[in-house]
Design a protein around this ligand. Structure first.
Ligand SMILES: Cc1cc2nc3c(=O)[nH]c(=O)nc-3n(C[C@H](O)[C@H](O)[C@H](O)COP(=O)(O)O)c2cc1C
Ligand SMILES: [Mn+2]
Length: 529
């Protein structure tokens, strides 16, 4: 099989006849297949392609064709899958990893991790072009996000999910190769790239939220939802009114379902309607026979069960997005599993948080940076040129904003609003404002600006008693709740900006022309990142 990118390269750089001769493709069928593959890859890269996948399996096939997936066989669920996932996520645009033939489990049972940790796979998942740079993609998402309108979902009657159905005493949650992701974790977490499905008992709407799920035993699961999350608000209503609380959980589905479950879709909007808006087509669901809850029809593994508030069970510790075990372990409500469904050869979608850079930092930096940018514009801050949440800061703790300075105080206004707008306010720490010659997503650029345009005594301010929470590692356990923010003005001082020393580098025109001429010889690329 000819490598797709090589085909593309050949097709772009040569005439069709040279291309065909190079591959000695003479019979018609293989010629058409080769040309179709070239076109598919070319258009996927260059044009706005809406969703090409219907389920996780289609998604895996496309990611593989794009060269964005590695398949590993024979790995151990006990720490090895977790460590490989971590190593792959530490690398910028590292691969998604599909684990097959997992030790001690049936051949077809699989785990996919790092589905969203590269820009190309994020673009594939959202059905958008990936752009040339990080900032391009932040802009693409910012412009798209605004136009998403919820689309009602559609119920279907059949799903491959019901190929395997288990009830009550026949349920064994250990039948899947659930990883022990990190060695200090309190158990095996089947729910990481998952969604918990709950219905508001008063308002009737359904929420899909990514809240971690651990296996307590064959038919008991633990789950953790932070205060204020939609699933937690609903759970508290059931606890208060004493009504039976039924829940469904999906542990494998296309990565868009996971993405929607783990970003801030507004209260009252079911995440599946947001997915419908993104897809431009209704999300397909099927009604769970035990709970009546709407389950994704394209899911791989789903449970339905009852939530018990009595005799709470210890949940945690589990590695968190800050890179620590800051919320430790506590007694939490738990789920008695009453139904278990899975497709033949089921796939768990895994996304363990942990020391950055991790998968959830990569994709949420893109998505959240765009939201902060949008909120700054809505708050009336002019000439914002870029926003980036560094992935090493877990896509929250360290933010950089670039502006074209227009008036005295513009930089301070931008920083304070970025640090306190809805998308930027929770558990932040540093906000750096830079001029528009700095790419906020380039850490070297940002540090150069901080080191040379910021005079600490004059340019650093502290905001006190801001919004934090139990996961903030540097706040003492008895003082959790508030934290402070450092606002760092790393722009050229406005009042003498024009006299600021010029930058010692070749002009952009000279650098671009030189990269074009010599880049390939120097680096084997066009000389740009
Ligand atoms: C991999 C991953 C794991 C997460 N785990 C949890 C968790 O265990 N508990 C929690 O409250 N939020 C967790 N989150 C964050 C929520 O998914 C996120 O805040 C989401 O917006 C919650 O949905 P909601 O807005 O419907 O409440 C996690 C996010 C990701 C990406
Ligand atoms: Mn929600």
């Amino acid at each position: 099989m000819i490598n797709g990118y090589f085909q593309l390269q050949l097709a772009v750089n040569s005439t069709l006849s040279e291309f065909l001769t190079a591959y000695k493709i003479f019979d018609k069928v293989s010629t058409y297949i080769a040309i179709a593959n070239v076109c598919k890859l070319y258009f996927r890269e260059k044009l706005e392609v809406r969703m090409e996948y219907q389920d996780l399996r289609d998604w895996i096939q496309i990611a593989d064709e794009m060269g964005e997936l590695k398949t590993l066989k024979g790995c151990d669920w006990n720490l090895e899958i977790g460590a490989i996932t971590e190593i792959a996520a530490h690398k910028e645009d590292g691969p998604a990893v599909l684990f097959e033939d997992i030790k001690g489990y049936p051949k077809g049972y699989r785990v996919l991790s790092n589905s969203l940790s590269s820009r190309k796979r994020l673009a594939l998942t959202l059905g958008l072009p990936s752009g040339e740079t990080k900032m391009d993609f932040v802009k693409i998402w910012k412009d798209n996000y605004k136009s998403i309108k919820p689309v009602p979902a559609k119920f279907v009657k059949k799903s491959a999910l019901f190929d395997n159905v288990y009830k009550d005493g026949d349920i064994d949650m250990f039948k899947f190769p659930t990883p022990l992701w990190h060695d200090k974790d309190g158990g095996r977490y089947i729910g990481t790239g998952s969604v918990d499905i709950t219905r508001d008992p008063d308002e009737g709407w359904v929420n899909y939220g990514t809240y971690r799920v651990m296996i307590h035993d064959k038919n008991k699961l633990g789950f953790y939802i932070s205060p204020g999350k939609h699933g937690r608000i609903q759970r508290e209503k059931y606890a208060a009114n004493g009504k039976p609380f039924k829940i469904a959980m999906s542990f494998g589905h296309d990565p868009l379902t996971f993405l929607a479950g783990s970003i801030e879709v507004p209260y009252g909007v079911p995440e599946y309607e947001f997915i419908g808006g993104l897809r431009g087509a209704p999300f397909e669901m099927i009604e769970g026979e035990y709970s009546g809850l709407p389950i994704p029809a394209n899911a791989e593994i789903v449970i339905e069960g009852d939530v018990h508030f009595d005799n709470p069970k210890v949940e945690g510790p589990f590695g968190e997005w800050t890179g620590y075990y800051a919320s430790a372990e506590r007694a939490e409500p738990w789920v008695e599993v009453k139904r278990l469904y899975h497709r033949n050869d089921p796939i768990i979608l895994g996304s363990p948080p942990g020391r950055p850079p991790a998968e959830l930092g990569w994709y949420r930096s893109y998505l959240r940076s765009a939201l902060i940018w949008d909120e700054m514009e809505k708050a009336g801050v002019p000439d914002v040129k870029g926003v980036w949440l560094t992935v090493s800061g877990g896509s929250r703790l360290m933010m950089c904003v670039s502006i074209k300075q227009r008036y005295p105080g513009h930089a301070k206004q931008a920083a304070v609003i970025a640090s306190q707008c809805h998308a930027g306010a929770y558990l932040g720490r540093f906000v750096v404002v830079v001029d528009d010659d700095i790419d906020p997503s380039n850490t070297d650029d940002m540090i150069w600006a901080m080191s040379t345009r910021c005079e600490p005594e004059q340019d650093i301010d502290i905001l006190r008693r801001c919004w934090s929470g139990p996961l903030d590692p540097v706040i003492h356990p008895t003082k959790k709740g508030f934290n402070s923010r450092a606002i760092i003005d790393a722009t050229r001082p406005y009042e003498w900006m024009k006299d600021f020393p010029p930058v010692a580098e070749s002009s952009k025109e000279v650098l671009d022309a030189t990269a074009k001429k010599w880049g390939a010889e120097l680096f084997g690329t066009n000389g740009k990142k």
